[in-house]
Design a protein around this ligand. Structure first.
Ligand code: MEV
Length: 392
């Protein structure tokens, strides 16, 4: 058996399922009970009734752990729920290379979410002039007080109202949009944003002279950016018959192709989301919200672009990903779902920004693995089969 730098990482991929579970739980003793609960059929069946309507059963998917992640100097095993073969192995493989280069560095903004209130039949004078500075400040003070009334537990946790803006919608006479921002702590925030926006309808009607049309969060989530980067010596990319420099050149060329070819960018981003969605699912998050925000961000310039970027810097390949990640690390779903609780414990009970940073690193690893396979032996031989056996 081949041993990695830190011993366990290499072993985990080569063990059988039972041994792997034992090893994981022996390193995190508190996880053994949590894992047992995550697969208790009675608990899951009961849960399915609580989670949705007309439930008939519980639908199972493979639950894996990607290895080798070093993120901001912390070694991590990353839980992933996915139906796609080789995705977990590919992430582990690329994370291993990146670890040898020093690991990922990340940044993630404090979790904020915006809700929108659309108002119709707003008088022409308001549509043209909006609010002046004093009126805006007065409105924000009222909205801040309202947040205290309708979201007391969020305020108690240190979150709350973060600001507003109101503008007439161009192209639709008499329609105005109010954006209400909330700091949502470790929640995804959808329910809180919707509750707050609905509660604010009356106030906004009074202010604008219009009538509320609809109040709902926006899944754009551009306020919730997470970033991950790595830099590794190109010689680490060396494979039989090919120098690391040549592989890095081809990888960067393929990445550049995605910046010029929309169809390729869509596929590359799908690969990024192979990792991020698997982590979102494993942690009990709303995968559609995460996907919507990512693809909207990819097309923010009016062109659909890849989420990752690569460069060469003094013999090192650099990689970067930036995207919005509306992930909760504390939510009613995570609180209910034993698999999500297990995943969050495995990650060391991260804050929401930390979970977003881990997801960004995972997405970048997934993309690096795919690009290496594509410019190397091809996706069928490389991505779909050999990653499970290769080690950096
Ligand atoms: C397959 O699920 C994902 C890839 O197609 C991503 C890519 O092409 O970059 C391999």
């Amino acid at each position: 058996m081949r041993m990695g730098e830190d011993g366990r990482k290499e072993r985990l991929a080569h063990l059988g399922r039972e041994e792997r579970r034992r090893l994981l739980c022996s390193e995190h003793p508190d996880l053994a009970d949590s894992l047992a609960r995550a697969e208790d059929p009675a608990l899951l069946s009961d849960l399915s009734e609580k989670m949705i309507e007309n439930s008939i059963s519980f639908f199972a998917l493979p639950f894996g752990v990607a290895e080798n992640f070093l993120i901001d100097a912390a070694a991590l095993s990353v839980p992933m729920v996915t139906e796609e073969p080789s995705v977990v192995a590919a992430a582990s493989f690329a994370a291993g290379l990146i670890r040898l280069g020093g690991g990922f560095t990340t940044e993630a903004k404090e979790a904020e979410l915006a809700a929108q209130v659309f108002l119709e039949q707003v008088p022409e004078t308001f549509c043209q002039n909006g609010l002046d500075q004093a009126e805006r400040e007065a409105l924000d003070a009222q909205l801040g007080a309202l947040a205290g009334q309708v979201l007391p537990s969020l305020i108690a946790r240190g979150g709350g109202f973060a600001g507003s803006s109101i503008s007439a919608l161009s192209g639709i006479p008499g329609v105005v949009r109010a954006d209400l921002r909330l700091r949502v702590c470790d929640a995804m925030g959808a329910n809180m944003a919707n509750t707050f926006a609905e509660a604010a309808r009356k106030l906004l009607e009074d202010r604008t002279g219009g009538r509320a049309l609809a109040a709902i969060l926006t899944n754009e989530c551009a306020l919730r950016l997470a970033e991950a980067r790595f830099s590794l010596p190109v010689k680490l990319l060396r494979r039989a018959g090919q120098k690391g420099e040549e592989i890095a050149r081809r990888l960067m060329l393929l990445s550049e192709v995605a910046h010029h070819d929309r169809a390729r960018a869509i596929t590359a981003n799908k690969g990024v989301m192979n990792g991020i969605t698997a982590l979102a699912l494993a942690t009990g998050n709303d995968t559609r919200a995460v996907e919507a925000a990512a693809h909207a961000w990819a097309s923010r310039s009016g062109r659909y672009l890849p989420l990752t970027r690569y460069g060469l810097d003094r013999g090192r390949l650099t990689g970067e990903i930036i995207l919005p990640l509306p992930l909760a690390s504390a939510s009613s779903m995570a609180g209910l779902h034993p698999g999500a609780l297990f995943s969050l414990s495995l990650l060391g009970s991260p804050s929401a920004p930390r979970l977003a940073a881990i997801a960004a690193a995972l997405g970048l690893a997934q993309n690096l693995a795919a690009l290496l396979a594509l410019v190397g032996e091809g996706i069928q031989a490389g991505h779909m089969r050999l990653h499970t056996r290769r080690t950096p």
